[in-house]
Design a protein around this ligand. Sequence first.
Ligand code: MCN
Ligand code: MOS
Length: 781
Amino acid sequence: IMKLGVGTAAVATAGVGLSAQTDLANALAPARGPALGAALSRAEGPLKVTGLARYAIEQKLPNMAYGVTVQSTRPAGRIVHIDTSAAKALPGVVDVYTPQNPLKLNKPTLYSKGGGATEEFTPLQDDVVRFNGMHIALVVADTLEQATQAASLLKVTYEDAEPILDLDDPKAKPQTIADMGAAWGDAPAALGSAEVKLNVTYTTAREYNVPLEPHACIASWDHGKITVWEPSQWVGGARSVVAEWLGIDIENVRVISPYVGGGFGSKIGAHPHVGLACAASRQLGRPVKVSLTRPQTFTGLGGRPVTKQNLSIGARKDGRIVSIVHESWNETAIDEVHVEACNNVTKIMYATPNLSSRLNVVPVHAVMPGWKRGPGENPSAYALESAMDELAYALQMDPIALRLANWADKDPSNQFPWTTRQLREAYAAGAKAIGWHNRNPKPRSMREGRELIGYGMAAGAYPMIRTASEAKIVFHADGRIEVLSAGTDIGTGTYTILAQTAAEVLGVPVAHVTVRLGDTVLPRSALAGGSQQANNLASAVAKAANNAKDALRSLAATDSRSPLASSKLVDLIFERGTIRPNRRPSGGLSIANLLKTVGKEKLEVEGSTFAADATEATKNAADRSFAQLKGPVEGGLSAHSWCAQFVEVRIDEDFGTVRVKRMVAAFDSGRIFNPKLAESQWIGGMVMGLGQSLLEEGQIDHRDGRTVNANFADYAVPVNADVPEIQVISVGIPDLQASALGGKGVGEIGVVGVAPAIGNAVFHATGKRIRSLPITLEKIS
Ligand code: MCN
Ligand code: MOS
């Protein structure tokens, strides 16, 4: 019987040396049964809830200065002059950097050009105003209060230019991203002759990631080397960007990120304020901390851009799709390109003989957009799965039956076989749990008192991105076993599942394993993004653990001081923390005792999933840029996680308020390493999808391009009272072609398909089709 509870694994944190390993933790560790797959609580949970977890930006360094960025209040044009005299006259002010007195920063390489940067924008290097909220000055002082006050005293003179503020501005110049389109067959012709046709346009709002821990960093320059404490989903990428900004060798940069208070995509890249902190620290020869305020987290970096998608679907009367014609547009920065790949789901979900898809970006005077959970897949599934519901109603078919009628046996975009696709199982499990077949499918047919009742469903996918990782396991003679990796835990459970993985392979209790993460001095890891870290990194840890078993076996069998000397290697097994000959259950000794007996303080073993012939350069490229990123079709197989989302909504007929009453989703993420954590991930994604559907919308003031609701009061996200009963079901089976341990991505699939399920439910309840997010009451009534 598995005992579940808090603190079941221990964790040592980067640089802090704290350990949560307690008798309690030991008592709660699984008594028997496999460690991987156990529903353990987060290893670092107790440290976080007791305040012992020291986050990156909580480091207290001697002589630290504080930098506050000043942002443009105009959307376009140039800065004529910044008067810094009043600010400089204040006590404690160290310096004020502006385009007139800049800090030198080189332009970093954008991810789409093979670098690690999520924006090329490099503050203070010219006088151009690109958007309202752009960093135009950095004020550095001895205290945060002094810097904040001084920042308020800058007098900026602008020369305005005419801004482009949204997608539909006639002045806007859309650009087609030709190489991200998709086409097969003759989609326009097939559409023209289709028996049933649908042509719909769907839009999504500007959305922000706004993790609870705002973006901030501490940079400490010391004799040609720099250490940066920065909440990061990818320390390797941040490191390469810092090296580029400063024009120094990457070996002289260390990035540390022990804990991350959420990122949701916004902490994959180091953003421009980090560059400012680094350059200021070098200039001043003292540590500099730059924290964005909450409002600045809406403008210092971008979230999911506004998207617009036009979708035409042609079908036969029996429901078989004959053609899909798709075109999308998303906002991007005025002089940079961020593509929201709105065809990612469109092109793989259904077996259509003809498809064409074109992606466009529209430069506007706004902060460079970034990734927000399920970038591409999320808006893609929104349009496609809403349109599928429209088609189901046009054909008078059940929406699930329509989807099954268009089941894709292989990936339609490239004819590659799926690794696993438990989507039929997902439809069935979700439908059963919500009572799908008991509903009356007729719109506006179900009610309770003043409330209209609606049921909606939608499906979705998220790719299994395959990247190589490394890990090291250190066995200490005092019994501690450490797993080391540069990967990060952004609240997902990396600390926990890596301990579980090592424990599983080594046959030791999970509580004996401590995990150290988030530091570029540690072995290279896949980034915590694109739902790729858990599987790719756990594979490397498993490999290291297997290598460790070999190393320990040969130590036990060959060292003359070992009581197991002269055992046959194949006879030695690992069980409950001991190594013993297979046929002698009582003849074991613990790994720690083995090390002691042979006189070793510690044993270090590495594991890597890089190809055996991978050079240092290849490994570095994977660690520092997107150059080596392997997509979901690596090796001629198409690997994805899948979901089927179901919701029940209640709509107040008089007020048009939508309440989501129940959410049920079935997921195929392959083998699950820790059901408690995976469920928490899926539920978190679904709650984010709920916010996207009903609440989240960046509002832009069209007079000056300002983000009006740049705070948690006005940018609404779901609170507990908005969140209904949520049920998640795992229908995955181990997928050994997707990853070495059989898992697929978990972190983002939960946010895919929620918005269309809710929109479809709103239609079912009201008979009104809302084709833009968020679905607010003005749109309903
Ligand atoms: N997991 C599992 N079994 C698997 C795969 C994963 O049990 N087969 C569980 C593990 O607990 C693992 C977690 O799911 O730690 C997430 O794994 P994975 O899907 O590989 O995602 P990453 O580790 O790469 O994390 C990034 C992912 C992304 S891309 C976004 S966006 C997102 C997400 O995670 N941001 C998050 N979930 C988040 N959760 C929190 N709390 N905060 C964020 O910022
Ligand atoms: Mo997730 S948006 O890939 O960090």
